[in-house]
Design a protein around this ligand. Sequence first.
Ligand code: ADP
Ligand code: MG
Length: 286
Amino acid sequence: MYFQLNQLSMTYPSGKKALKDVTLALKSPNLIGLLGPNGAGKSTLMQLLVAGLLPTGGEILLDGAPLLQSEQLLKSKLGYLPQTFGLYEELTVYQFLDYMAALKQIPDRKQAILSALSDTHLEDKKKVKIRTLSGGQRQRVGIAQALLGNPEFLIFDEPTVGLDPEERISFRNLFSRMAQERLVLLSTHIIEDVQSVCNQLIVIHHGCILFSGTPAELIQRAEGHVGIFEETSSLQETHVSITSRVNTSKGVICRAVADRLPVYVSPAEPTLEDAYLYLILQEDTK
Ligand code: ADP
Ligand code: MG
């Protein structure tokens, strides 16, 4: 299964250009991280991929055919967790999934539900009412409904928002397991969610794709543009963008990115976060 996006654009009726000329290929199996600041266009792109929105320019091909012609096919192959997802508070987890499975016209609902519950480690919650669940458990229910019917293509819009660090790790493991045989696209603005598990990263900002490639390729781009220095009151921190400040016994150590590192900055190995910030900052200062 693959998606080809050709010069895809989306301008909302308000005049807001949320996506501008996006050309991308998404191939299965793969775990792809869609990374970008708030307002970058991540949710818009995902809604276009699930045919929940119609593009105002360009096209999306699914296995070579226009998405709208394949809409029925897409629905049967697709699992989607929107960014805001209402759960029916008074239903139990099982009842809710049964309802969603019925909407998706899944033939063997019981089997599909048990399998989704097992994949999301929710078996012991199936008889529990949704309103009693924690934030992380609710997100699991959202993911479980996306998994119903074992779709080949999974889209999760900011699935780790509101999760504690432990839950995040367990979700990451879940995503990489799911991506072994599928195309999983997940959006986030949290680097830790994508750095250890995604094979491909797509960075989007102001509706444009700034980067598509492996995490290692993104890091390479920032080589020679990252450094550290000790913060002193006399130093004028010019020509650098500080990405973090750490208190140490020796004082405050700053990490910074810059096109050209000033002499007071000692070069450092870029992390994925440095590379991402460098890319975004470069774009912002254009
Ligand atoms: P992200 O998911 O990366 O935060 P979105 O795709 O939600 O970004 O939004 C991209 C841009 O489009 C933002 O500036 C947002 O305010 C705008 N936008 C999103 N939905 C609509 C809409 N229905 N009408 C008008 N503007 C919208
Ligand atoms: Mg969004």
